[in-house]
Each structure stands twice: as structure tokens, then as C-alpha cells.
Design a protein around this ligand. Structure first.
Ligand SMILES: Cc1cc2nc3c(=O)[nH]c(=O)nc-3n(C[C@H](O)[C@H](O)[C@H](O)COP(=O)(O)OP(=O)(O)OC[C@H]3O[C@@H](n4cnc5c(N)ncnc54)[C@H](O)[C@@H]3O)c2cc1C
Length: 384
């Protein structure tokens, strides 16, 4: 075994760490308070090659591996999870399916401007009645006179309404299977397509500097060649990016947990009670020890899942394990960070109060903890 990162992986991590420490962390609280999407940060990340890290260089990506990408998501999220999720939703959910299943023409037209990070691409799966049960998709797409005509609505779609968003991949019913279940297909919808509109940005508990909207499609027609991959393969095609997304959200969780730990450690050394630093009390030391131990384990799980993906090996179970453990590690870390801060941690403007608000979504987005536990259990039960 080799636990060392390659020089290339270290380089990407350090690029992200330097930028996040210098340019993102100092502004994270303000961006959160103002609920402002950080266009300048995204433009800088694009220049640094971090908006398309795993995407192919021939279309403007950086051609990095998934371990490097996981390290970058951790570093960005350690400074601000809003930035982490913006990069993650764009790279893993928005762009990687186009890289994997797109035709040459689709890659040139849709992937190239997005892999460079100049534009963003969104992924539209969730609906009012189709959340965890994505197979319950009600949005339809009908092929009429050489065009896919889309009708329906999507909910909670990240990066769908920024000034630099180029479009969204929409999961729609294109028919029925012989067993009566819906046939789902993925269709690329550019932002300016008539009949495609976006509702007001959602106001969330966390990720407040990210951009998430409801989408509406009314007789929204796109050319037939905007179908991504095979007709009817939509669901299968999206399982792969969802696995990758779970590893990335686990990396995001590790970054947030690390930020919680660092804030808690600094406060414990600074704050004095009973004539000494509270870090000298064993009750506080054990909290710090547990946080550090769990973070170490969560990070190792993320890197192992990322390594399996880079090797082309199956990693679905490890992705779900990393997602469940890292998101719950981050929740415990945020809780203990507030506890170690005492009343100061309950102040609206404190960093750890923001972390505590932000952490919950990690157990929900890209597969809830319940559904990830089902994925793990199913794989265990299938073993001979
Ligand atoms: C900030 C944010 C950003 C998002 N970005 C995107 C995006 O870019 N694109 C996109 O397509 N979606 C996005 N989503 C949607 C997200 O993936 C869903 O919210 C998530 O999958 C859960 O779906 P739901 O909210 O409908 O919850 P539900 O499916 O209604 O689940 C409610 C509860 O029931 C549980 N549950 C459901 N079914 C089962 C079951 N079979 N067994 C046990 N428990 C079950 C769930 O685990 C959960 O605890 C985003 C959501 C948020 C909040």
C-alpha cells in the first residue's frame, strides 16, 4: 500500500488550499450573510483549472484524477461549502455525464465552454414528486417533428440560474418500459430555450452563496440531437455520476468537519476558565480527539473510494459508506465545535454557528443517509 499522494495530486490540493485560504475563507461569512453568488471566485477557480479538474483536456478540462478532485473539494469546502457545492454540482453532476455519454458535437458545443469553467452546467433530476424515488419522474419529453418537446417541472436544481449558466440536463420520461415502469432519458436544454424558465432562487439554511432554483418546462422544444446518450438509458447513465457525487459530497463534508475542528481547537486553546485554557480539561480534549479521529477516518474513506474510481474498479458501496460516514462525522464535528465555543458558538455571526447551519444538507443531497445505507445493505446482502 502507498498512502502518499502523487506530486500532481499534492499540486492540485495546494493550489486549492492557497486560493481558498487567501481568497475564499476571509469572505465566506459575508457571502453567506448576503446570500451572494461569488462570480469572481468562480472565474478565478476557472483560471486555476479547478472548475473542470476531472474533465478531458481536449474539451478544456484539466484531466486530473478523482483523488486530486476530492482533495480540491475538501480544501474549497474547508473555506466555504457554498463554493464546494458549486464546483461539485457543476463538475460531477453537470459536466461529467456530457463527457461520458455525449456525442462529439455535444461535447464541442456544450462541454467545452463549461469544462473550462467559463460557463456552468446544471443537472435536473429532482421533482416535486420524485426526490429519493427518482424513478417517479413526471416530466415528459415527446419526440415531435425532429424535436424533443419537454413539459414538466424540476426542483432544487443547483447552478441553474446564474448569469453564467449555459444549460441543464433534464431527466424526462420518454415512454414506458414493457414492465410499465417509465422509460427515462436525459436531454440537454440550453438556458435560452423558449419554454424553459427558472423560478425564484431557494432560500436555504446553508449553502447560501450557492444558486438553486425550481425549473419549469412548457412545450420546451430542443433538437432531437440534444438527447444525451441512449434513449431510455437516462436512469442507468445517471447512477455513475451519482456515485461520484457521493464521494465528492463526502469530501465536502470532510472539509467542513476539518473547519469545525480547527475552529474548536483554536477556541479551546484561547478560552480560559477556572484559571486555565479549556483545552486543558480532559472533557474538551476527548471531544477534540474524537473529532480528529473521525475526520481522519472519513478522509481515508473518501480517498479510498476516489482511488477505486480512478482504478476503474467498482466503488458504489465505498461511495455510499464514505458519504454516510463523512456527512455524519461533519454533523458531530459541527455540534461539538459549537459546544466547545459555549455561548459564543450560539452567536449568529460566529463561524461555528454557520458551520452548524450548513452541515445538515450533507446528509440529504446526492442521496440521503437512508438511501445510502440501503445501497450499502443491498450490496452486503448480494454477496455470496
Ligand atoms: C440545496 C440542495 C441542492 C440540490 N441540488 C440538486 C441538483 O442540483 N439536482 C437535483 O436533481 N437535485 C438536487 N437536490 C435534490 C436532492 O437530491 C433531494 O433533496 C434528495 O435526493 C432528497 O429528495 P427529497 O428532498 O425529495 O426527499 P424525500 O425523497 O421526500 O425524502 C424524505 C425522507 O424520506 C426518506 N426516504 C425516502 N424514500 C425512502 C425509502 N425508500 N426508504 C427509507 N427512507 C426513505 C429520505 O431518506 C428522507 O429522510 C438538491 C437539494 C437541496 C436541498
Amino acid at each position: 500500500m502507498d498512502f502518499d499522494l502523487t506530486a500532481e495530486q499534492r499540486r492540485w490540493r495546494d493550489v486549492a488550499r492557497d486560493y481558498a485560504e487567501g481568497q475564499i475563507r476571509p469572505r465566506a461569512a459575508q457571502l453567506d450573510r448576503e446570500r451572494r453568488f461569488p462570480y469572481d471566485v468562480i472565474a478565478d477557480l476557472a483560471r486555476l483549472g479547478l472548475m473542470g479538474l476531472t474533465l478531458p483536456p481536449e474539451y478544456g478540462g484539466s484531466g486530473g484524477d478523482f483523488i486530486a478532485y476530492s482533495l480540491v473539494i475538501e480544501e474549497l469546502s474547508r473555506a466555504d461549502t457554498s463554493v464546494g457545492i458549486t464546483v461539485e454540482a457543476h463538475t460531477t453532476l453537470g459536466c461529467s455525464p456530457i463527457a461520458a455519454y455525449g456525442t462529439e458535437a455535444q461535447k464541442r458545443r456544450f462541454l467545452a465552454p463549461c469544462a473550462s469553467g467559463e460557463r456552468l452546467w446544471a443537472f435536473g433530476l429532482t421533482e416535486e414528486n420524485a426526490g429519493t424515488d427518482a424513478g417517479g419522474t413526471e416530466t415528459t419529453a415527446e419526440l415531435r417533428d425532429g424535436r424533443w418537446v419537454i413539459d414538466g417541472a424540476k426542483k432544487y436544481i443547483t447552478n441553474s440560474g446564474t448569469d453564467v449558466t449555459a444549460g441543464v440536463t433534464v431527466m424526462a420520461r420518454t415512454g414506458s418500459r414493457p414492465d410499465g415502469r417509465p422509460e427515462l432519458s436525459a436531454i440537454l436544454v440550453p438556458q435560452d430555450t423558449p419554454g424553459y424558465t427558472r423560478g425564484e432562487r431557494f432560500q436555504f439554511l446553508g449553502w447560501r452563496a450557492s444558486d438553486t432554483h425550481p425549473l419549469s418546462f412548457r412545450a420546451c422544444a430542443v433538437p432531437e440531437d440534444h438527447l444525451l446518450g441512449e434513449q431510455g438509458a437516462g436512469f442507468r447513465q445517471f447512477l455513475a455520476p451519482l456515485d461520484a457525487g457521493r464521494v465528492a459530497v463526502a469530501a465536502l463534508s470532510v472539509g467542513l468537519a476539518q473547519a469545525c475542528f480547527e475552529a474548536a481547537l483554536a477556541h479551546a486553546k484561547r478560552r480560559r476558565q477556572f484559571g486555565r485554557a479549556i483545552a486543558e480539561f480532559q472533557a474538551i480534549q476527548f471531544k477534540l480527539a474524537d473529532m480528529a479521529t473521525e475526520i481522519e477516518l472519513a478522509r481515508t474513506m473518501v480517498l479510498k473510494a476516489a482511488w477505486l474510481k480512478d482504478q476503474g474498479r467498482p466503488y458504489s458501496r465505498e461511495a455510499s459508506m464514505a458519504k454516510v460516514f463523512a456527512s455524519e462525522t461533519a454533523k458531530r464535528a459541527a455540534d461539538q465545535a459549537v459546544q466547545i465555543h459555549g455561548g459564543a458558538g450560539f452567536l449568529e455571526e460566529s463561524d461555528v454557528a454557520r458551520y452548524w447551519r450548513q452541515v445538515k444538507i450533507n446528509e440529504i443531497g446526492e442521496g440521503t443517509s437512508e438511501i445510502n445505507r440501503q445501497v450499502i445493505a443491498r450490496s452486503l446482502l448480494q454477496e455470496p
